[in-house]
Write a protein that binds this ligand. Structure first.
Ligand code: UN1
Length: 508
């Protein structure tokens, strides 16, 4: 078939085979289970990856620990230079890599390429950052003393990432970790193992060409067992986990038990509020991308839509018209906006969600069906009408289901925005400055990402990315997120030759 041809061309362009080793620590190996990954749009097998065994992980952590000890002594701007080369190598392969993401994850090609671009962007950011890992000088209360803050590398950073962003989320963590002087050990989702191998091959080539230990960008593909071992292992100084709230809670507790550091980026249940003074055109187009883009499988996907009563009916009408024009199908085909769900389990979760909507007093306004006549995991982009406090509305279902809810007062809508367990992203559509500043202020949205007149998804890399409450509290990507990949040291240097004690204490 033509997709089989596309697959073989894509794998070849990225140096992959139909069978690949899934462990890298300077050498490629793999003694665990062989996992076949599947094109969710067709059901075809794409290729196989032999994953890490427990022993493979142990050896990889040994190599990464060793590599981190030389890397931490390399001046940060020199580390940045290596990340710059990685950025260029990724950029050269952006087309085939984006296509592999489409084939293996199921997102449409522009979004597949878009997430490689996100890696390129954060690499640019990291290169600049490598000259700006600045500490502080703090005035000492003691004469002849100097107090300063130093940022030093952590050692080994473990990155556990999810299927839905198989390149970008690793990119954020790895680019920052590397310039901060750490070695990285990565476990991606087993269902996107080929993408993990393809990315690692690109990075490995840069490291090896520079005579650096490959273990700086280690890979240990595997399932929950490998993730669990990473969480438990003391050699992993920081575990950066992106995934579900349930698994994240366990990872967080396991890492805390050994007083390791964790960075959690967990579930979202993001809302858009459209006020009666909003630019309706802008809002409709935003919601389309936010609710249907990536087939509803972003952690930033809009799942709840609060519409002001004055515009509710016309807005729904406009939305239905827009939804009627969405083409669902093969994500590599131009014009398709909604690809498949990633797995059969996700289709089952979609079905269960639709049944729960009906059982909990909601109605299906658009869609609601599994497209079972197609070979892949396709479902209809769905709009419901339901109460804000129905239990199904408070659950994150990783599928294109948008719950619409009418409100009459902005405070009520903000309260509903904040009443769910998750706290990732949120957006308000309005033209009123008063409402805008209230929304981003102390009594506004309680989320980590608080937008105005743009979708809840599609964040730029320059800001800190993450959320509050059950979203886990971690911040990845831009702003001061890099500080989580380093340890802060308060250093006081006495050059006075005397010993004045702080707080004026006399001890003699
Ligand atoms: C995710 O879904 O885990 O803001 C990450 C966005 C993307 C990243 C999403 N830049 O939608």
């Amino acid at each position: 078939t033509s997709t089989a041809r596309t697959t073989s061309v894509t794998l070849k362009a990225l140096g992959l085979d139909s069978y690949n080793l899934g462990v890298y620590n300077g050498e490629w190996s793999g003694n665990g289970d062989v996992v076949e990954t599947v094109n969710p749009a067709t059901g075809e097998v794409l290729g196989a990856v032999q994953q890490a065994s427990g022993k493979d992980l142990d050896h990889t952590l040994q190599c990464a620990t060793k590599a981190s000890k030389m890397w931490r002594e390399v001046p940060a701007p020199k580390r940045g230079e290596i990340v710059r080369q990685m950025r260029n190598a990724l950029s050269e392969k952006i087309e085939p890599l984006g296509r592999l993401v489409s084939l293996e994850m199921g997102k449409i090609l522009p979004e597949g390429i878009g997430e490689v671009q996100e890696y390129v962007d954060i690499a640019d950011y990291a290169v600049g950052l490598s000259r700006m890992l600045n500490g502080k000088v703090i005035p000492s209360e003691r004469p002849g003393h100097m107090m300063m803050e130093m940022w030093n590398p952590l050692g080994v950073v473990g990155v556990i990432s999810a299927f839905n962003f198989p390149v970008a989320v690793y990119g954020w963590n790895s680019a920052l970790s590397l310039v901060c002087g750490n070695a990285v050990v990565w476990k991606g989702a087993p269902t996107t193992s080929l993408t993990s191998v393809a990315v690692t091959k690109i990075l490995a080539e840069v490291l090896e060409a520079n005579g650096l230990p490959g273990a700086l960008c280690s890979l240990a593909t595997g399932g929950a067992d490998i993730g669990d071992k990473m969480a438990q292992d003391k050699r992993v100084n920081l575990v950066s986990f992106t995934g579900s709230t349930n698994v994240g809670r366990k990872v967080g507790l396991t890492v805390q038990e050994r007083f390791g550091k964790s960075l959690l980026e967990l579930g979202g249940n993001n809302a858009i509020i459209v006020h009666n003074d909003a630019d309706i055109d802008l809002a409709v187009r935003s919601i389309l991308f936010a609710a249907v883009g990536t087939a509803g499988q972003r952690c930033t996907t809009t799942r709840r839509l609060f519409l002001h009563e004055d515009i509710h009916d016309t807005f729904i009408e406009r939305l239905l018209k827009a939804y009627g024009q969405i083409r669902v199908g093969n994500p590599l085909e131009p014009g398709i906006l909604c690809g498949p769900l990633h797995t059969k389990a996700a289709v089952a979760a979609f079905k269960e969600g639709i049944a729960d909507v009906k059982a909990q007093g909601g109605t299906i306004v658009h869609g609601g069906n599994v497209l079972s006549h197609l070979a892949g995991n396709f479902v209809e982009p769905t709009i419901t009408s339901i109460s804000h406090d129905a239990p199904v509305v408070h659950r994150e279902i990783f599928a294109p289901i948008l719950h619409t809810i009418k409100f009459s007062n902005i405070n009520e809508a903000i309260e509903w925005n904040n009443e769910v367990g998750q706290g990732l992203s949120s957006s308000l559509f309005t033209t009123s400055p008063e409402r805008i500043f209230n929304w981003i202020g102390p009594s506004g949205s309680d989320c980590g990402i608080v937008n105005v007149n743009i979708p809840t998804n599609g964040a730029e890399i320059g800001g800190a990315f993450g959320g509050e409450k059950e979203t886990g509290g971690g911040r990845e990507s831009g702003s001061t997120s890099w500080q989580q990949y380093m340890r802060r040291q308060t250093c006081t240097v006495n050059y006075s030759g005397m010993l004045p004690l702080a707080q004026g204490i006399k001890f003699e």
